[in-house]
Design a protein around this ligand. Structure first.
Ligand code: SDX
Length: 380
């Protein structure tokens, strides 16, 4: 019997359970997100992104001593700075190159400078996880400065990962609200079970390829507008609508046109994504500080209409961009920011996959031709 006859196909692998995992649990009906047993609402209120990376990689919260060592490793200039030759390489790219292309290319290039690049041991992969988590914000910020004709701002080891990113992007000391916003956004985006980019990273790791290769796979998958690229598309929608007074009519027309509305719907959540409420709160706080909450007002009107008309609810991508935009961050930096956080989850899943590996290799239901006779070219 063929593989297809024994196993009916599931488009998009919907609800297909591939393997056990201890990293992240999502309750799609109750709208719950749990990292290693800790509800994300509690982590947002009491933890930091640095502590969440430790939790994801080691499976438990760190002791004070472990946390101090972990933060020191993530903050050190040695781990945050980019190799000078890679910075020189960035300057060779056309200024129109998108931040996601630079991130994908830059992470790939970083493996050439990483002393543990070809070592897949748990210890080496943990060292690489620290370096990549520390370097990716520097890479994103450096390109934003270079493409704007400014000199990159070197990392500040005295600032948290979130605060340092805001500092390297702006060249100015970050405000407490900006730092807190970024830290919460990084916590919220850190992991999400077998989402498309994480699964891409696991498939890569399952061939016994290395962490950098798996992260490049993840970045490639995250870029798409059906996944991490949605946050940029949401902001482009808000910029088109501009005035909250026009939002209701605009969204009803979009639904009438059968358009796919970015920021809504999810493969797993059947209710509102539990991350959306936190990002909405931050977007509102930052909008008030920046003097305009129009973006959030537009998104709220859209959410009311889309939920009522399509029974589709906000996902993580709906409000995140409004928060970043209030901090003066360009729309095409939103998905790279998602990646700077999700690298923590990708690394956790690579560690777990390598720790108990089996090559991931599904089958297809072959529907093509069979038993064709070859006709020489001269007779065709
Ligand atoms: C992320 O997987 C994860 O966990 C991802 C993520 C993470 O943290 O890693 O949560 C991050 O990627 C969030 C999702 C970001 N993407 C978007 O916001 C893009 C817009 N959303 C949709 O494209 C869609 O909801 C998906 C892709 C997220 C999920 O789609 P599914 O499960 O494949 O569902 P589907 O496309 O088959 O749609 C089912 C029905 C269809 O209607 P019918 O054709 O059956 O009549 O719902 C409709 C769809 O048309 N639908 C939408 C819609 N989402 C689903 N209609 C309009 N707008 C939408 N956003």
């Amino acid at each position: 019997m063929s593989a297809a006859a024994a196993n009916p196909t599931k488009p998009g692998l919907e609800d297909v359970v591939v393997s056990p995992s201890e990293i992240c649990f999502i309750d799609g009906h109750k709208g719950r997100l749990v990292y290693r047993g800790f509800d994300v609402d509690g982590l947002v209120a009491q933890s930091t992104f640095e502590e969440v990376t430790y939790l994801l990689w080691y499976g438990r919260l760190p002791t004070r001593k472990e946390m101090d060592a972990h933060v020191k490793a993530l903050s050190s200039t040695a781990n945050r700075k980019l190799p000078p030759k890679l910075l020189a390489m960035l300057r060779l790219f056309p200024k129109k190159t998108t931040p996601m292309e630079i991130l994908r290319t830059g992470v790939s290039a970083l493996s050439a400078f990483d002393p543990d690049a070809e070592d897949n041991s748990r210890e080496a992969t943990l060292r690489k996880s620290i370096r990549l988590t520390a370097q990716m914000p520097t890479l994103v910020a450096a390109w934003d400065r270079i493409r704007s004709g400014k000199a990159p701002v070197g990392p500040n080891p005295r600032l948290s990962l979130a605060g340092n990113f805001v500092y390297m992007m702006s060249g100015r000391k970050p405000t407490p609200l900006a730092t807190k916003t970024f830290d919460v956004a990084l916590i919220l985006h850190a992991d999400h079970e077998f989402n498309a980019s994480t699964f891409a990273a696991r498939v890569t790791a399952a061939t016994l390829s290395d962490l950098h290769a798996a992260v490049v796979s993840g970045i490639g998958a995250l870029k798409g507008p059906l996944h991490g690229g949605a946050n940029e598309q949401v902001m482009l929608m808000v910029e088109k609508i501009k005035d909250p007074g026009k939002a209701d009519r605009w969204i009803r027309q979009a639904l009438a046109d059968k358009a796919r509305i970015m920021g809504f719907g999810h493969r797993v959540y059947r209710v509102e994504d539990p991350r959306a409420k936190h990002l909405k709160r931050l977007a509102l706080e930052l909008g008030r500080q920046a003097g305009s909450t129009a973006a959030v007002e537009i998104l709220d009107i859209m959410a009311r209409v889309v939920s009522a008309e399509k029974h589709l609810f906000p996902n993580v991508d709906l409000y995140s961009g409004a928060a970043y935009a209030s901090m003066g961050i360009s729309t095409d930096e939103f998905t790279p920011i998602f990646a700077m956080s999700r690298v923590a989850g990708w690394a956790a899943h690579v560690l777990e996959q390598h720790g108990n590996n089996r090559l991931i290799r599904p089958r297809s239901d072959y529907t093509g031709l069979t038993d064709e006779k070859y006709v020489p070219l001269a007779q065709r």
